[in-house]
Design a protein around this ligand. Structure first.
Ligand SMILES: [Zn+2]
Length: 92
């Protein structure tokens, strides 16, 4: 007896292009992905379904530093003045 591997599902991953010289924000990336899905469904034969998958990262909204404080959604360890101001406002 020998093992035989067969494909039971085949998927295509398509990444959203970042235009040269321009950085799309989250809203623009998702909107572009929705447009691509609509185009794929309109123009491609043999597509069973299409879906949008995404990756996220957690950063400080003020300075863009990586979020280091676990599930704390208010304070990022004092990464910048905006972070410090926010925690002071929320502590009272
Ligand atoms: Zn910050």
């Amino acid at each position: 007896m020998a093992m035989k591997t067969t494909y039971t599902g085949v998927y295509i991953t398509i990444g959203v292009e970042q235009p040269y010289g321009k950085v799309l924000d989250s809203k623009d990336l998702y909107a572009t992905a929705r447009d691509l899905v609509a185009q794929i469904e309109r123009h491609c034969d043999g597509v069973d379904y299409s879906e949008i998958n995404f990756q996220t990262e957690r950063v400080c909204e003020f300075c863009g530093s990586n979020w280091t404080e676990g599930n704390n959604e208010v304070y990022n360890g004092g990464c910048c003045a905006g972070d410090e101001k926010t925690v002071l406002e929320n502590v009272g």
